[in-house]
Design a protein around this ligand. Structure first.
Ligand SMILES: NC(=O)c1ccc[n+]([C@@H]2O[C@H](COP(=O)([O-])OP(=O)(O)OC[C@H]3O[C@@H](n4cnc5c(N)ncnc54)[C@H](OP(=O)(O)O)[C@@H]3O)[C@@H](O)[C@H]2O)c1
Length: 266
């Protein structure tokens, strides 16, 4: 499928910015969101969106429907993490994680998938995470919300069969973006095991590829016009890792992750 008009959430930085710019270079007209629209890069049509606020989500849907009647691609990319031992997780931060990572994207999907379906054409891409298969300690709400968004997206793939709409679960591994800089609780960690896990997260994100790779993978997946799960990242995280996640016993994966994040000390 060759999209003509797209909505990409979270274009002020990172993966969303690279994806939106790739779409523009391919001739797609792009509506891009940020909480502060002054952060939307030139060349995109700015739309304000705070996924934590249901009224803002509704206003975004209304505005994009009005301005982009030919919309045929939705990329639900925007998101941010929170890093706390569960017993220290502020209730309001827990609630915000579900809203920003699950409720908001689900509502945008519901609205625009319905429009695409009635036209018999369109593509929904939900940016989930490898964290759905390989959970990240102290990011329980993040890992849970991303796993939930992934299951939601795969459910929709079934419902969309034969409708002319494609549905893609785009699962990034670690990418070098400012994701950790925006993460709540990341700088306030006190427990030694959480501090080791935080340092490991930081090292992995810094070592990840640049966002351009995710943008290329997005474009390839959308152009192919097939629903499915698309893993994106380095060789291990986009290839072998996802395969092993479905073959290895759960306790082996847990033991591996415990070492990966230094949970028992070194
Ligand atoms: N980087 C990685 O290693 C990685 C790995 C797996 C999955 N992901 C996923 O990829 C997506 C993009 O992450 P990134 O690495 O590009 O992070 P990033 O550089 O921090 O960019 C996040 C984007 O999301 C927007 N955003 C944050 N909170 C928002 C909210 N409450 N409402 C609306 N927009 C909000 C930000 O816009 P404003 O702050 O300007 O509003 C920004 O444009 C996220 O869904 C993330 O979970 C990233």
């Amino acid at each position: 499928m060759r999209p003509r008009q797209a909505l990409v959430t979270g274009v002020s930085a990172g993966l969303g910015q690279a994806m939106a710019q790739k779409l523009v270079t391919e001739g797609v007209e792009v509506w891009g969101t940020a909480r502060d629209v002054s952060r939307v890069p030139e060349g995109l049509r700015p739309v304000a969106l705070d996924l934590g606020d249901p009224a803002s989500v509704a206003a975004c849907v209304e505005r994009v429907r009005r301005e982009a009647p030919g919309l045929d691609l939705l990329v639900n990319n925007a998101g941010a993490g929170a890093f706390y031992p569960l017993e220290e997780f502020p209730v309001e931060a827990l609630d915000a994680q579900w809203r920003v990572l699950l409720h908001g994207p689900a509502e945008l999907t519901r609205a625009f998938y319905g429009d695409f379906r009635s036209k018999g054409r369109g593509c929904v891409v939900n940016v989930t995470s490898l964290a759905g298969d390989y959970p990240i300690p102290f990011m329980s709400a993040y890992s849970g919300a991303k796993a939930g968004l992934s299951a939601f997206t795969r459910t929709l793939m079934l419902e969309a069969e034969g409708s002319g709409v494609t549905v893609i679960d785009l699962r990034p591994g670690d990418y070098a973006t400012g994701f950790n800089d925006a993460m709540r609780g990341f700088d306030a960690v006190r427990r030694p095991d959480a501090a080791r896990a935080r340092d490991a997260c930081e090292a992995h994100v810094r070592a990840g590829p640049g966002p351009g790779r995710a943008a290329e993978d997005l474009w390839r997946a959308v152009s192919q016009g097939r629903s499915g799960v698309v893993c994106t990242g380095d060789f291990w995280q986009a290839g072998l890792g996802p395969l092993l996640a479905h073959m290895a016993p759960e306790r082996l994966i847990r033991r591996y992750l415990s070492g990966y994040y230094g949970l028992k000390g070194r």
